[in-house]
Design a protein around this ligand. Structure first.
Ligand code: SF4
Length: 340
């Protein structure tokens, strides 16, 4: 088994968890990561729902275990094509292997595409990822350095939106929006926070409780309605227009900060990778598992596996669980191919 090499594409939490499990089970994983560091998107997060655990407390132990086990890691390396027995790296270099695992994650929606919200145009319009970064740095401030007193958080930006060809629900942004609202109130108890939502989808363990906590303990306001546009006012403030869909009344509000809860979409290079491997993509651009119920970590091609958000939006807990499951499937596959 130690000679069985598994090429893992992506060094986020899914790829790291899978590599650790494979190594502990005797295989020889190699992580191929396009970025200069391991950790993926989770490494840029501040605290994680529903426990408010610092993201670093998940990422750091995984990185440490990768180092302890001496797992091979190729950073700054892009994969351009895959097959069950080899992957093609940038500059055409081939890496032979006995199985391939897609752990390449997903891409956050580019909020500039929704021009009506003014991201990249007006000051004080941020994405949920920008807000996490500010929180990691310990301060949430407006562009002029002042603390925001009124903040609007808009759900479903780049998700459930036919106009930008993203019809799927990104699944974890509602709970992220509630978590961020609570964090904002903890940092700035005097601030008013408004979450504008189409539906609140809180179906994981402890999520609904967080939603109640946001309302009861922190007085976060939830408004059912979608903001139609944001426009600049004086001193960096913004006017937002929306319709309260519960009362049917139009609504205008001035805020100091607008946070756009951006969803997940399939990576741009999913299509060339899928084409090279002879596997299909789902309509929304994520990798298609062989069977959503019985083989959700296997592709349609034997020897190519998947885990994490490359196949659909998932929470970090689900991603880690799936990576472990996929590693076990890979071990079974390698054992079977040993006997053949
Ligand atoms: S999880 Fe919530 S915010 Fe995210 S796309 Fe689904 S409904 Fe919208």
């Amino acid at each position: 088994m130690t000679e069985k090499r598994v090429a893992i594409i992506g060094g986020g939490v899914a790829g790291m968890q899978m590599a650790i499990h494979l190594k502990e089970r005797g295989a020889n994983p190699v992580i191929i990561e396009r970025e200069p560091t391991l950790g993926g998107k989770v490494a840029g997060w501040y605290v994680l729902f529903p426990t408010f655990t610092p993201a670093e407390q998940v990422v750091a132990p995984l990185k440490q275990r990768i180092a302890e086990l001496g797992i091979e890691v190729m950073l700054d390396t892009t994969v351009t094509a895959i097959a069950p027995t080899c992957v093609t790296l940038q500059h055409g270099q081939l890496l032979r292997c006995d199985a391939v695992a897609l752990c390449s994650g997903s891409t956050l929606f580019d909020a500039r595409i929704k021009e009506e919200y003014g991201y990249g145009i007006y000051d004080n319009v941020y994405t949920s990822a920008d807000l996490e970064q500010m929180m990691r740095e310990g301060e949430v401030r407006m562009a002029n350095g002042e603390r925001p007193e009124r903040i609007a958080i808009l759900h479903c930006v780049g998700s459930r939106d036919e106009k930008v060809c993203q019809r799927h629900c990104s699944k974890v942004c509602c709970v992220t929006g509630v978590k961020q609202a609570i964090e904002l109130k903890r940092m700035m108890p005097q601030a008013e926070v408004f979450n504008f939502y189409m539906d609140i989808r809180m179906f994981g363990p402890g999520y609904e409780e967080m939603y109640r906590e946001a309302q009861v303990a922190h007085n976060v306001h939830f408004v059912r309605g979608r903001i139609s546009e944001a426009s600049p006012l004086s001193e960096g403030r913004l006017q937002i227009k929306a319709e309260d869909t519960l009362t049917g009344r139009p609504l205008r509000m001035s805020v100091d900060m607008l946070v756009l809860l951006i969803g997940m979409r399939g990576n741009d290079d999913n299509l060339p990778l899928a084409t090279s491997a002879g596997i299909t993509l789902a309509e929304n651009g994520f990798f298609h598992p062989r069977n959503h119920f019985l083989d959700n970590v296997e592709s349609e091609r034997k020897g190519i596996f998947m885990a994490g958000t490359c196949s659909s939006p998932k929470s970090i807990g689900e991603t880690l669980c799936e990576a472990t499951t996929a590693a076990e499937r890979i071990i079974n596959y390698l054992n079977r191919s040993n006997k053949a």
